[in-house]
Design a protein around this ligand. Structure first.
Ligand code: NAX
Length: 333
């Protein structure tokens, strides 16, 4: 076995669709590398706990060389103990007739408890990625509940949107995904997100030069990326799971390793006012991870009038979500 000390990753909703698609790849070394041992703390609730017992058996049956320990639990204190990373996937889905406020209230309570338990039990250097929806505001609630843990270690996932945007730009340009770079997702992981084509590059050239059909970029690409989640639900009869797990693992990798020169990755972080965004909301930005593991928001990108208008819409939605969640939870977020 490799000699490095393991990275301990706590995963909530571990037996759910996204969790199931994520944890085997985590254990295989696909995220932190082939010489980095991993330990997993798998957290579930209710019937998910029975399914989790089966997931643990399957992990054993993989005999992963890098997997040093598996904890399976319904107890948050045990689940977040000594975690280096918390991947918060578990959340209550919106059901028919449920108002957004109800959803924010129900999930808000979950993320208060999880934020508190992370602060009590995880390493002080823990990093937290929220996937469970509404992920930006859930992440804000977890962060505000996590006492003195540094705000810069809390993230909400917009990477699935970035990956979707890259693949659509590549298809339109007749290029491979791998040459599409510098795609920023601004704002909320919701249908108001803004997938920014104006700063994107395809094969090193501005996407707006490679794709000359600007009406397509504005009127087809943007709404298609915004509504891609709903299109997958319609086709599959279930929400994105493998691609969401893949994006969560991409996010972990991108925050763990330095960002290659000239590129960035998209993730939501607590706004401090960069690009004129209201402080105190979890806002999707383009980030670069530095060699020491810290990160910075990419500065100085041109924001044209079209982008400004779209960014304002998603900012407004996040401010409203924060107000709604604050009211539902009786908290000042
Ligand atoms: P599933 O319903 O398949 O799985 C969720 C699992 O979480 C279940 O096993 C459930 O028992 C567990 N769970 C619920 N509450 C929990 C709690 N308090 N503690 C621990 N476990 C808990 O959903 P799945 O398809 O895996 O989706 C999970 C979440 O990801 C949903 O909120 C979904 O909306 C969200 N998504 C977020 C995306 C993003 O890009 N940020 C995209 C995909 C996905 O829609």
């Amino acid at each position: 076995m490799a000699s490095k000390s393991p990275i301990r990753v706590a995963v909530t909703g571990a037996a759910g669709n996204i969790g199931y698609a994520a944890i085997f790849r985590l254990a295989s070394g696909a995220v932190f590398g082939p010489d980095q041992p991993v330990a997993l703390n798998l957290i579930e609730v209710g019937p998910g706990l029975n399914a989790l017992a089966g997931v643990v058996m399957e992990l054993q049956d993989c005999a992963f060389p890098l997997l040093t320990d598996v904890v399976a639990t319904g107890d948050l204190n045990e689940g977040f103990k000594d975690a280096d990373w918390c991947l918060l996937i578990g959340a209550v889905p919106r059901k028919d007739g449920m108002e957004r406020k109800d959803l924010l209230g129900i999930n808000g309570k979950i993320f208060i408890g999880q934020g508190e338990a992370i602060a009590r039990n995880a390493k002080k250097s823990v990093k937290v990625l929220v996937v469970g929806n509404p992920c930006n505001t859930n992440a804000l609630i977890a962060l505000r509940s996590a006492g003195n843990l540094p705000a810069e270690n809390f993230f909400a996932m917009t990477r699935l949107d970035e990956n979707r945007a890259k693949s659509q730009l590549a298809a339109k340009a007749g290029a491979h995904n791998s040459v599409v770079k510098n795609v920023a997702i601004w704002g909320n992981h919701s249908s108001t997100q803004y997938p920014d084509f104006t700063n994107a590059l395809i094969g090193g050239k501005p996407a707006t030069q490679v794709i000359t059909d600007h009406a397509w970029l504005k009127e087809t690409f943007v709404p298609d990326v915004q509504k891609r989640g709903a299109a997958v639900i319609k086709a599959r009869g279930a929400s994105s799971a493998a691609s969401a797990a893949n994006a969560a693992l991409d996010t972990l990798r991108s925050l763990h390793f330095p960002t290659p020169a000239g590129d960035w990755h998209s993730v939501a972080v607590l706004s401090k006012g960069d690009y004129g965004i209201s402080p105190g909301i979890m806002f999707g930005y383009p980030l670069r991870t530095k060699a020491d593991g810290s990160w910075e928001i990419v500065q100085g990108l041109p924001i044209d009038a079209f982008s400004k208008e779209k960014i304002a819409i998603t900012e407004k939605e996040l401010l409203e979500e924060r107000a709604t969640a604050s009211e539902a939870l009786g908290l000042k977020l």
